[in-house]
Design a protein around this ligand. Structure first.
Ligand SMILES: Nc1ncnc2c1ncn2[C@@H]1O[C@H](COP(=O)(O)OP(=O)(O)OP(=O)(O)O)[C@@H](O)[C@H]1O
Ligand SMILES: O=P(O)(O)OC[C@H]1O[C@H](OP(=O)(O)OP(=O)(O)O)[C@H](O)[C@@H]1O
Ligand SMILES: [Mg+2]
Length: 286
């Protein structure tokens, strides 16, 4: 099934990153079907084989060359100490890794955890962080449910991922100190095989990631106001300006970060723009 002439891309077989990765690849136009419980899938029209793996094994398997590229969490890359190249950030699966303690604990910094017991799924990152701050601790390594470990009496503090903070709140814990910010990434072996296919894959995925971040905004504006409008909407490179039948007016097309669109639309209206539309982008090549 697996072929040497194909690039091998490792993707999460289950868990929260599994759907994220499948959605990204599908939106990027890759066509594939995973056979029931199968560990491989061939992509049609592009020489790529998908390999379904555990999210936390992907960094090591990529560093070892078992797969050429992989989709995983940057936290897991760091924990594995995997020597891989990060090719892309996807802007999804964002989370922080943090030292957390009971709400009412009087501790004020991670250095004060010297000699204490810490439960975590990230023993390497935790040990290295503590060492940099002149501390050592007894680490209890676990695969999950780390937030329960203080109540269970096996730890004084934990190091775990935090996204919304609701798991911490439910367990009456608070963040003591953040170790770092992480997200879903595309990694590649440092001695790439099939570089051309890899670059094509990156280009396709970038098209989706940029399109997810931007909208296309179109509006009509009096020519006399163009420079004012350009200050509000400078565009990714520069805006596209088209003539209208009424020579005093023109139509502008421009990419704007989604988070900034409503503000920009209000400002455009205020300087005299009309027919201001926001359109969703599905994909792009810039
Ligand atoms: N709450 C979260 N919010 C956002 N991203 C997260 C969160 N928890 C984990 N992640 C990201 O997803 C990756 C995989 O998470 P994890 O290893 O916990 O698997 P999972 O998908 O949650 O499955 P399970 O915990 O059931 O094994 C993490 O390494 C991290 O990059
Ligand atoms: O800040 P929050 O939004 O609450 O998210 C953080 C929680 O999400 C992850 O757990 P997961 O759901 O993967 O369960 P696990 O402990 O079994 O890995 C992580 O390990 C935290 O427990
Ligand atoms: Mg989890």
């Amino acid at each position: 099934m697996i072929s040497d002439s194909h690039l091998r891309l490792g993707i999460p077989s289950k868990g929260r990153l599994s759907d994220l990765a499948t959605d990204l690849l599908t939106q990027a136009g890759l066509r594939f079907r995973r056979q029931n419980r199968g560990l491989f899938a061939r992509v049609s029209g592009l020489n790529v084989d998908l390999v379904y793996l555990r999210t936390d094994d992907i960094p090591t398997l990529c560093a070892e060359g078992a797969i050429d590229m992989g989709i995983t969490g940057s936290d897991l890359v760091e924990e594995a100490g995997a020597n891989v190249q990060e090719r892309m950030k996807f802007g999804v699966g964002r989370c922080r890794l943090a030292f957390c303690i009971p709400d009412d604990a009087p501790i004020t910094s991670a250095a004060e955890l010297d000699g204490k017991r810490i439960a975590t799924s990230f023993p390497t990152v935790t040990r290295e962080y503590l060492a940099k701050h002149g501390a050592t601790a007894h680490l209890v390594s676990l695969a999950g449910s780390v937030e329960a470990m203080i109540q269970l009496g096996v730890a004084d503090a934990i190091v775990d991922l935090v996204e919304t903070g609701s798991t911490l709140a439910a367990n009456r814990l608070r963040i003591l100190e953040e170790i770092g910010h992480y997200e879903t990434v595309l990694i590649q072996n440092t001695k790439p095989r099939h570089s051309e296919i890899a670059d094509r894959l990156v280009q396709r995925l970038e098209g989706v990631v940029i399109a997810r971040d931007y909208s296309l905004v179109e509006y009509n504006i009096p020519r006399a106001k163009i420079s004012e409008a350009e200050k509000i909407t400078p565009g990714f490179n520069s805006p596209t300006i088209n003539s209208l039948e009424n020579a005093e007016w023109c139509s502008v097309q421009v990419m704007i970060r989604r988070a900034d669109v409503v503000d920009a639309m209000d400002q455009l209206k205020a300087i005299g723009a009309s027919a201001v539309f926001e359109m969703t982008l599905n994909n792009c090549r810039l």
